[in-house]
Ligand binder design. Structure first.
Ligand SMILES: [Zn+2]
Length: 448
């Protein structure tokens, strides 16, 4: 009885192989075609170049790009034959910016209630089309790499894959999928009656007890997470929790961080509250996000253990400016967090806590990311430290230091040019005149 069945399968299998072979041939032909006409090397010239290793501005900036990579850097770099030169005049070449905290799949408007309605009514595929638009806005603002810390319905991971495949323009993305946290906490859904919207579980990042929290982490990794985001403390934009309470036990935090590290994933902890941050640091977390109420002893411990602070000052600033657009319970939390974050950041700078730039874009509109740099300067950080936080430090935190974050031969050609000198005018970073990611130009000066 089994023989005819097997025989019937053989031709089918051959047919599949044939089709697959055909696809491989077409792809090979396409690759050969591309190789036959390679794009010429590009030489970028500008009055200055920011060295994010030393933190110094160098005059006569030159970067030679061949294919997707930086081939040489510096005024005495050898210029390859047939290179196309782009002279940017009085501008500064900087490494492509890295935003370590975004939510690229959505954005809040100034109408919280309408956003809530759209959040329920839009299909995930529809929302992903918005995400593609936000990714383009972000890249064109000079952000060539992002860490997407929290999204629903696998939209961010789908965007990452489409960007990597060259289907849509966008920054290099590391994604967390769903954020992990407790029932009723900042990772959970709004407290809609369970009869109307299904209760979220470990697949959606909601977990109780160490075993379930491990399961929640494993689900995010199964579906493509590069990094794990979790919620030790309460948050601002959620309806059913205080902003700064502890929302996971030490055992749950240990389980989340331990499981993520066992799979080779770094862990970002959303913490406004100080007590929750201390517990997350004890669990071995890699970065603390927001950090609004962190005390000096916690910031000192972070320095000692080399735990990064991602202060998301722009999110605090933005929500502080739009308090009347939120429901009263959220407005109250936003007010308290944005009032505390400035002093916390000043303390972190004084103590020397490692800082990576992150905006929480999505809370505020996408593409305005570089406003974070100006806020960091106005809250007391030296401009060269600010630019390093948005380049080399970001690359280190994301585990991408061998690929990006500095203008170094052999690294990915992720390069931005900003007008004038950003160390004396940080707002210049908001208006890049050139954006290149992996050797491809997405913003360039108009041909004269
Ligand atoms: Zn966030």
């Amino acid at each position: 009885m089994r023989a005819p069945f097997s025989e019937a399968r053989i031709p089918m299998q051959k047919k599949i192989n044939l089709v697959a072979g055909g696809v491989a041939l077409i792809l090979a032909a396409a690759a050969a075609g591309a190789a036959a006409a390679p794009s010429p090397p590009i030489v970028l010239k500008a009055a200055h170049l920011f060295d994010s290793v030393s933190g110094k501005l160098v005059d006569h900036g030159v970067v030679v790009v061949v294919g997707k990579k930086i081939q040489a850097v510096g005024a005495d770099a050898k210029i390859p034959e047939g290179a196309q030169t782009i002279d940017l005049g009085d501008a500064t070449l900087v490494p492509g910016f890295i935003d370590a905290h975004v939510h690229l799949s959505g954005v809040a408007s100034n109408n919280w209630y309408e956003d809530w309605y759209n959040g329920i009514m839009r299909f995930p595929t529809e929302q992903a089309l918005y995400g593609a638009h936000y990714a383009k806005e972000t890249l064109e603002a000079g952000i060539t790499t992002v860490r997407d810390l929290g999204s629903t319905d696998y939209i961010a991971v789908s965007m990452r894959n489409a960007i990597n495949a060259g289907v849509i323009p966008g920054p290099r993305m590391l994604v967390s999928n769903y954020a992990v946290g407790s029932t009723g906490g900042h990772a959970d859904q709004d407290p809609v009656p369970a009869q109307k919207i299904a209760v979220a579980g470990p697949m959606q990042g909601v977990c109780n007890g160490p075993e379930q929290c491990r399961e929640a982490v494993r689900y995010q990794i199964k579906y493509g997470a590069n990094v794990i985001k979790f919620m030790p403390s309460g948050g601002v934009l959620s309806l059913s929790d205080p902003v700064d309470n502890v929302q996971l036990t030490q055992e749950e935090m240990n389980a989340i961080v331990g499981e993520a590290h066992a799979w080779g994933r770094k862990v970002a902890a959303h913490c406004h509250g100080d007590r929750a941050a201390k517990m997350a640091i004890a669990a071995g977390v890699d970065s603390i996000e927001h950090g609004s109420f962190l005390q000096p002893d916690t910031l000192t411990e972070m320095k000692k253990k080399h735990v990064f602070l991602v202060p998301t000052l722009f999110a605090g600033y933005w929500t502080g400016q739009h308090l009347d657009t939120f429901p009263p319970s959220i407005a109250q939390k936003a007010k308290a967090a944005s009032a505390a974050v400035q002093q916390m950041f000043k303390n972190a700078v004084k103590i020397g806590t490692p800082v990576a730039m992150g905006t929480d874009a999505g809370v505020e509109p996408h593409g305005l990311n570089a406003k974070e740099f100006s806020l960091m300067v106005s809250y007391g950080m030296a401009p060269e430290q600010v630019l390093m936080a948005g380049t080399a430090n970001g690359a280190e935190l994301l585990g991408l230091a061998d690929q990006t974050g500095t203008l170094t031969a052999g690294k990915s050609a992720d390069i931005v040019a900003v007008p004038g000198n950003p160390l004396t005018n940080m707002a210049a970073t908001e208006h890049p005149v050139l954006v290149m990611k992996e050797g491809t130009l997405y913003v360039q000066p108009a041909a004269r």
